[in-house]
Design a protein around this ligand. Structure first.
Ligand code: NAD
Ligand code: FES
Length: 296
């Protein structure tokens, strides 16, 4: 059992939990994820890691309530336990394996959309700890949905805010702000890392392709086992089929087939669509995404 040490609501439908999981905390790196289950028969829910403390043996996850399982999870309090907390899964961000000296010469722009701010944070924090300054854009629909801004301010070189309704920072979507920084203000970046809703990552990549700015995205398609066995998380990258859980979750954004990935997410939301995927690919989905009731 994995005890929750802290549970707080960050914004409407967005929750942060600090969980005692010493073995995961000892080896996890930015970019990786965990799969949690509330009970023995519970749904398997993947979460990207938002922070970790190796000494305290804790891992922080942030999630948005999108269905029955995450709604139930949001009611958990400090002292309650997860039945499973499996990880770290997936691959760490590329830069973790690189020479910090080489990284210091590189200018990073992180683009964090909504709840996608959570997986961006450990990356920016890791870079800062290794002497690399990264600029960060956080985008949200409105100022009340901005999360982790104080933590990000500490870790980032410069933090830019964009809200769709103009209630804080730049008035507009993150793509407008990227254009403003790079085209109008003439800022130079070597790498962009975009994490957020699939539609945001698609439009960020369309823009950065035009700007010739290499871009990494972190994909969170439907996942079941998280170990490459079920095929639920398949995505097309370039001309290759990849499994986000074992080949990713980070990929070259300019090669990702976003329309296909979004279509698969939509198909999983209807019973008929799930039946069709079950027919073509076998029973791959058991409802862990919280968007639907699963295959049954
Ligand atoms: P949101 O819908 O509020 O969008 C956040 C920001 O993304 C917006 O403020 C805007 O700046 C930008 N954006 C949205 N649509 C855009 C478009 N068409 N063009 C350009 N920019 C656009 O975000 P949310 O409600 O917090 O998003 C939740 C989604 O994020 C869920 O679907 C969840 O699965 C996903 N998510 C992804 C990851 C990941 O690892 N990729 C992690 C956590 C959450
Ligand atoms: Fe990736 Fe099953 S979740 S193969």
């Amino acid at each position: 059992m994995y005890q929750i040490e802290k549970a707080v609501k960050l914004a409407d439908k967005i929750y942060l939990m600090v969980v005692k999981a010493p073995r995961v905390a000892a080896s996890c790196e930015p970019g990786e994820f965990v799969i949690v289950r509330m009970g023995e028969e519970g749904e398997r829910i993947p979460f990207t890691i938002c922070d970790y403390d190796r000494e305290a043996g804790t891992v922080t996850v942030v999630f948005q309530t999108v269905g029955a399982s995450t709604e139930k999870m949001s009611a958990l309090k400090a002292g309650d336990c997860f039945h499973d907390f499996v990880g770290p899964l997936g691959n760490p961000s590329e830069f973790v394996k690189e020479d910090p000296g080489a990284l210091r010469g590189r200018r990073y722009l992180f683009v964090a959309g909504g709840v996608g701010t959570a997986p961006v944070y450990p990356q920016v924090k890791w870079l800062k700890e290794h002497g690399v300054q990264a600029d960060v854009i956080i985008g949200a629909k409105t100022k009340d949905l901005l999360i982790l801004t104080e933590e990000m301010k500490e870790a980032a070189g410069t933090l830019y805010i964009a809200t769709d309704d103009g209630s804080a920072g730049y008035h507009g979507m993150v793509t407008g702000l990227i254009e403003d920084l790079v085209v109008r203000q003439g800022k130079h970046y070597d790498v962009c890392v975009a994490i957020g809703p699939m539609i945001m990552m698609k439009f960020v990549c369309l823009l950065t392709k035009k700007l010739a700015l290499p871009t990494i995205v972190s994909l969170n398609p439907i996942m079941v086992d998280g170990t490459g066995m079920c095929g639920a998380c398949r995505v097309t990258v370039g001309d290759q089929v990849k499994f986000a859980c074992v080949d990713g979750p980070e990929f070259d954004g300019h090669l990702v087939h976003f329309d296909e990935a979004m279509k698969r997410q939509q198909i999983y939301k209807t019973q008929e669509g799930r039946a069709m995927l079950r027919l073509k690919e076998g029973a791959t989905h058991h409802g862990g995404c919280g968007h639907c009731g699963g295959d049954e």
